[in-house]
Design a protein around this ligand. Structure first.
Ligand code: GDP
Length: 610
């Protein structure tokens, strides 16, 4: 059988085999897998309307298109799958709980969610303050992103870990990356306000993640508070209180006055015991999830991690996302140095060489070298994927769409901690500027703006945003040289406002027609030099040279959009002729002009955006 050809190029033809390629692969990577010459693939793509070099990363769509063309079944491997394979190549099985016999009970990890102003922050504060761990003076003083408290349930001391960033944004961001940090959701509902949109959203998020829910009915101290109404409203969302025969524990609290906080903690423990089997193996290399990270002036990168399995110890070699290093110090929420952290324990880790993102997994490996290699590979992969996503696919079918110019504003967001970066990205993505423009965050990260960031930005329309961070080293110089725009912010809403303005500026201008004048044709002359000349009387407004004109006859439009190409009063060329005066004009080479016709002139003016 003859090999298929596109535009005369002979294709290496497959027999429908499946080829697995990591996202962001290049044509050379592809060619290697099928034993072909990369140049032939470049040519094939060229004939499909793509100009791509052999070593550049290409998008999923192009890989798949090429696969179809050549009869290969291309599977683009997701970053998660790829990461699993990467870890496997180091003999690491992330998420493997280890021996059933080695499992020991661990505390539940709780996220507090609910509508804005219903008291999430206050509740986290109150729990933090009232529950001082035994033997500790001073209580929890540090905000490290999570903390652990103790409570007595049925005569036993039990621990609970709270994620200390309220709201479902952080929770969703982590879940989006496949990180399951939370075991139980506490939904806070203010008794004086009842179920609100974000209450419902929080419930949806929690239920989608299969989390048992405890409801804290807050602000019962407020006059007019109606905790029973909250119970009744929530039945609609399948949260039926125990006292009504359901399975959900409701606790009436006042975060402000510290009422029933112990009862809430007890309800959390009881709910965990009833619906979850929370056990983890403490005798293995630690694995878990990063809750937040930031760059500390004195201490360098600082990350709060939640240990999910194993025990994390000072001196361990760790890799968290694309950051690696060795645990130099661990600090808990009381500000104390700790030597080891068991499952469900959050600790601040110092000793990483860069800042991991919220939701990044972390794990302990045998040697620094392995940690470094994994981090390097992840960083390279991320960069490839970013490069690939920047390239737009232009195939023959899509040519039309591609020709219609798309307006995209690309952003790189750098900030002082991962929570802010995520919050900013989230808020920006929610900006509504219509369908004509698109906002894309092509890279985000914690720390100063680096030369790497600028290099990534050297393409059209990339704005680098620095939130509480500055450009480092030669980055400013490079940005100036390459014309990359860097904007600095320290207030989120200001950042959002400016980007919104920028997006509006990119909207293609809208024009509206403004009528300038009307003239009636009184005589028509034919001139061998000028063509058809209309002798007119200006009836209203003014007639200007170079204005657009419309020719009307008996109130019907005969021709739209003719140019007033010459305009004269007697023998003189003029720029404009006002109402009540006579003039001679030509409408380009248009000749079908009759006495009695009306010429309307207008211009298109840009309409200001709302
Ligand atoms: P968040 O947006 O859910 O984090 O809400 P906050 O914790 O910031 O609380 C919003 C407002 O409600 C603040 O002014 C709190 O002081 C107040 N608040 C929180 N809990 C209570 C409470 O139990 N009783 C009363 N009266 N006010 C409360």
């Amino acid at each position: 059988m003859q090999a298929p050809s596109v535009g005369g190029v002979r294709l290496p033809k497959g027999g429908g085999e499946t080829i697995r390629l990591p996202r962001g692969s290049s044509l050379t990577d592809f060619a290697e897998k099928i034993n072909a010459n990369p140049a032939s693939l470049v040519q094939v793509l060229f004939h499909l309307g793509e100009m791509i070099t052999a070593t550049a990363s290409v998008s999923d769509e192009i890989l798949e298109l090429l696969g179809q063309e050549m009869n290969y079944n291309i599977q683009v491997v997701s970053p998660e799958e790829e990461d699993r394979a990467l870890l496997e190549s180091f003999d690491i099985d992330f998420g493997d709980p280890g021996d059933e016999d080695a499992l020991a009970a661990r505390p539940p990890v709780v996220t507090i969610m609910g509508h804005v102003d219903h008291g999430k922050t206050r509740l986290l504060d109150t729990i933090r303050k009232t529950n001082v761990r035994e033997g500790e003076a001073g209580g929890i003083t540090q905000h490290i992103g999570a903390y652990q408290v103790e409570t007595e349930v049925d005569g036993n001391e039990r621990e609970i870990t709270f994620i200390d960033t309220p709201g479902h944004e952080a929770f969703t961001a982590m879940r989006a990356r496949g990180a399951k940090a939370t075991d139980i959701a506490v939904i806070v509902v203010a008794a004086d306000d009842g179920v609100m949109p974000q209450t419902v959203e929080s419930i949806n998020h929690a239920q989608a993640a299969d989390l048992p829910i405890v409801v804290a009915v807050n602000k019962i101290d407020v006059e007019g508070a109606n905790p029973q109404k909250v119970r009744q409203q929530l039945t609609e969302y399948n949260l039926v209180a125990e006292e009504y025969g359901g399975e959900t524990m409701f606790v009436d609290i006042s975060a402000r006055q510290g009422t029933n906080i112990e009862q809430l903690l007890e309800a959390i423990v009881l709910t965990a015991d009833a619906s979850l089997d929370l056990r983890a193996n403490p005798d293995m290399d630690a694995q878990g999830v990063t809750i937040e990270g930031h760059l500390d002036r004195g201490r360098g990168p600082v990350a709060t991690v939640l240990v999910q399995r194993g025990t994390l110890r000072v001196g361990d070699s760790v890799v968290a996302g694309d950051a690696s290093g060795r645990v130099r110090r661990m600090i808990d929420e009381l500000g104390n140095d700790v030597e080891e952290a068991l499952p469900s324990r959050p600790v601040q880790v110092i000793g990483l060489t860069s800042v991991p993102g919220a939701g990044d997994t972390f794990l302990v490996v045998d040697e620094d070298r392995v940690a470094r290699q994994i981090a390097d590979r992840r960083r390279a992969r991320e960069r490839n994927a970013e490069l690939a996503s920047r390239r737009k696919r232009v195939s023959l079918e899509d040519l039309d769409a591609a020709l219609k110019e798309t307006n995209t504003l690309n952003l790189i967001i750098k900030g002082d901690n991962s929570g802010t970066v995520e919050a900013l990205e989230d808020a920006l993505m929610k900006l509504d500027v219509g369908e004509d423009v698109e906002l894309r965050v092509i890279h985000r990260g914690v720390g100063g703006i680096t030369e790497g960031d600028i290099n990534l930005a050297i393409a059209d329309n990339v704005i680098v945003m620095g939130f509480n961070v500055r450009a480092e080293g030669k980055a400013t110089e490079l940005a100036n040289r390459e014309g990359v725009e860097i904007r600095y912010y320290s207030v989120i809403y200001q950042a959002i406002e400016e980007i919104e303005q920028a997006l509006k500026g990119m909207l293609k201008p809208e024009y509206e027609e403004v009528e300038l004048g009307r003239a009636e044709v009184r005589e028509v002359f034919k001139s061998s030099k000028f063509g058809t000349i209309a002798g007119c009387l200006v009836m209203g407004g003014e007639i200007r040279r170079n204005a657009r004109a419309r020719l009307m006859r008996d109130s019907t439009v005969i021709h739209e959009n003719l140019p007033v190409s010459s305009l004269r009063r007697f023998k003189d060329d003029v720029v404009e002729v006002r109402e009540g005066y006579e003039c001679g004009l030509t409408l380009g080479s248009y000749s079908d002009i009759k006495v009695g016709d009306v010429i309307e002139t207008f211009e298109m003016r840009e309409k200001p955006r709302a």
